[in-house]
Design a protein around this ligand. Structure first.
Ligand SMILES: [Zn+2]
Length: 269
């Protein structure tokens, strides 16, 4: 059976509290050999690490999500430096910039609130890039409506820290700019959606060995589970569509995507 990795799951979320062992067993039965559980703040990162200690095929990424930037400590680095020493922490993140839901679009929010929010996002993104560079790790990147600023903040780290632009939902030209920096893209269940043709076009243009697969569960369940809780086993449905788009066998897709994940996440065994 061709095997795959779920390179982006949020196993520590409450949606999974009831049936985690069964969920991991279903993933294993579907050929999903490795699951990377992504932290969204320090507590979530600690929970991801605890899951990695509990389940053999689970690994963790430690960091702070840009959407929670306002709750972040002034200096995230000391705590993060400790967490990334763990043998099963395979990257820093998820980090990056998200300008999609700015405070001024909410009731009572002002342009000054936007500037403060963006400044705080940039501050913790910079700190996480620094910790990644020190630790010799790569970053899991969350980028939404903030491509130019994300690329320009990563540029000084090019050659030291690479990014996995997770849940890639932009066009082929954007993919090429990301790859030109030495970074990579990763595709979710959006690939299977009827209205996901632009994402399939971006995948078609992405060379084999330069992309990964992920669920971003509990979100973005692929067809035929769209709208339901997503889980790592559904990488199988994403892989089926990815293999069609790439006109390759599932075995070739397995070799290519697992190979790039092992190379990108250096401590992934
Ligand atoms: Zn995520």
């Amino acid at each position: 059976m061709p095997t795959f990795f779920d390179t982006h799951a949020h196993l520590d979320y409450p949606e999974f509290a009831q049936d985690l062992p069964e969920l991991i067993e279903r993933a294993r039965a579907a050929g999903i050999e490795r699951i990377i559980s992504i932290g969204t703040d320090l507590e979530s990162s600690r929970r991801a690490i605890a899951l990695a200690e509990r389940f053999e095929g689970v690994f963790a990424v430690a960091g702070w999500h840009p959407s929670h930037a306002l709750e972040a400590p002034e200096d995230l680095r000391p705590a993060l430096r400790e967490l990334v020493k763990h043998p099963k922490v395979v990257a820093v993140g998820e980090t990056g910039l998200d300008y999609y839901r700015l405070p001024s679009r909410q009731p009572g929010g002002t342009p000054a609130d936007d500037e403060n929010y963006k400044r705080k996002q940039a501050q913790i993104f910079q700190q996480q890039l620094e910790v990644a560079a020190e630790a010799g790790l790569n970053c899991v990147i969350h980028q939404r409506a903030a491509l130019e600023d994300t690329l320009s903040m990563m540029q000084p780290f090019a050659g030291r820290v690479r990014g996995q632009f997770h849940c890639f939902a932009d066009d082929a030209a954007t993919m090429r700019r990301i790859m030109a920096m030495g970074s990579l893209v990763s595709f979710t269940g959006i690939l299977t959606f009827k209205n996901g043709q632009n994402i399939r076009d971006a995948l078609a243009a992405t060379p084999m060995g330069q992309f990964m697969l992920e669920t971003d569960c509990p979100y973005l369940a692929p067809i035929p589970y769209r709208g339901k809780r997503c889980e790592p086993a559904y990488v199988k449905e994403i892989a089926d569509v990815a293999a069609q788009v790439k006109s390759c066998s599932l075995d070739d897709l397995s070799t290519a995507t697992s190979g790039v994940a092992r190379e990108f996440f250096a401590k992934l065994k």
